[in-house]
Ligand binder design. Structure first.
Ligand code: KG4
Ligand code: ZN
Length: 347
């Protein structure tokens, strides 16, 4: 006769269904995950910042407040999941803009309390790295991840899902900030990174040169490039007021190449120094077409196994928060109701 322990049957047949919330900067995003598979990933962009040349924190938190309920509803609808099926709520605790984080954290707390389910706090920068585990093929530990976004530029030695060591980072501006500031100097709207990428397609990257930082270790610096770019355009504009308009593609291709070269040089050095050959890129700037090409090209030359997330998992998204939340859920790493957001949050 076969006896079944019903509690065990229950555990093994029950799905893990997570709702994840990302609100660290200017994108309100909600994802639903079932057993490690992303069922939906809805992102509401905030167009309001375009004309200000950067994210305005007060406007960002107000827009999150308006967006959060419809984005949650849409994510559940796309995933065909009812609220009462959720196992837990994952959310970004930081780093990010405090007002923006507050909206996501407060919503997660209320939702978890109302549904009587646990909460999982997620570090946004760890989540960018864990975006590599959304789809196959997945990297093996240890691997290196170049995480490049609007707020961060890091080379991370990833030892396990939650053991990550930052072995190089920027001393001043982030790579995405360098792209956005260069675009702003050219008179392009925020965020300028994707526009520089787009205009660069028709340009010659060797047309203009800008001074690069001279740092021996794995750290980065982008403020010198920005100054060199600013002075160059200012001097050229004195001679020809239409200089930027007439040379847009070449300027974009040249500044893009300068920034990507700096990133690639350090990534190559990090791989040499650590002997690690599984290498990934993550964060908003990993959507850049030249960076994606260069990692593939250099990776082939140096026998790396290269990992590049899909475009939608490079820029800020809740799917990566769901993925990070899933690994924490499996380890029962839950947060308390008294948790608060952290603008600065080391990984
Ligand atoms: O990771 P992310 O979406 O948000 C932050 O956590 O900061 O990154 C946003 C950054 C912005 O600076 C944006 O200009 C840059 O990523 N970015 C790009 C591209 N797409 C987004 N930079 C260069 N080329 C792109 N295609
Ligand atoms: Zn980010």
């Amino acid at each position: 006769m076969l006896f079944l322990d019903h509690s065990i049957v229950y555990i093994y047949t029950m799905s893990t269904i997570l709702l994840a919330i990302e609100s660290s900067c200017d994108d309100t995003s909600v994802a639903v995950l079932r057993n490690g598979q992303i069922l939906s990933n809805v992102v509401a962009n905030q167009k309001i910042h375009e004309s200000y040349g950067g994210v305005v924190p007060e406007l960002a938190s107000r827009a999150h407040m308006e967006n959060i309920v419809p984005v949650v509803d849409q994510a559940l609808k796309v995933a065909k999941i009812e609220k009462n099926e959720l196992s837990a709520i994952a959310f970004t605790r930081g780093p990010g803009l405090l007002g923006s984080l507050f909206v996501g954290v407060s919503f997660a707390k209320a939702f978890a309390l109302g549904l009587n389910i646990p909460m999982i706090e997620v570090n946004h920068m760890q989540a960018h790295v864990l975006a590599h585990f959304i789809d196959d093929p997945k990297p093996e530990f240890p691997f290196l991840c170049l995480t490049v976004s609007g707020g961060h530029t890091q080379i991370v030695k990833v030892l396990s899902y939650f053991e990550m060591e930052v072995i190089g980072e920027t001393l001043d501006d982030a790579a995405g900030e360098a792209f956005d500031k260069a675009a702003k100097i050219m008179g392009l709207p925020y965020p300028g990174g994707p526009l520089i990428d787009k205009y660069a397609t028709d340009g010659k990257s060797e047309a203009f040169t800008f001074s690069k930082p001279d740092i021996a270790n794995l750290d980065f610096s982008f403020s010198g490039i920005k100054t060199s770019f600013l002075y160059f355009l200012r001097d050229e504009a004195k001679k020809n007021t239409n200089f930027v308009e007439e040379n847009k593609a070449d300027i974009c291709a040249s500044i893009q190449k300068t920034i990507i070269d700096v990133l690639m040089d350090k990534l190559v050095l990090a791989a040499k120094q650590t002997g690690i050959c599984h290498v990934g890129i993550a964060g908003g700037v990993s959507a850049n077409s030249l960076l994606r090409k260069e990692v593939e090209r250099v990776g082939k030359e140096l026998n790396w196994k290269v990992f590049i997330p899909k475009f939608e998992y490079c820029t800020d998204n809740a799917a990566m928060i769901a993925m990070a939340g899933y690994y924490k859920f499996k380890n029962k790493k839950f947060a308390n109701q008294d948790i608060t957001p952290m603008a600065r949050y080391k990984m």
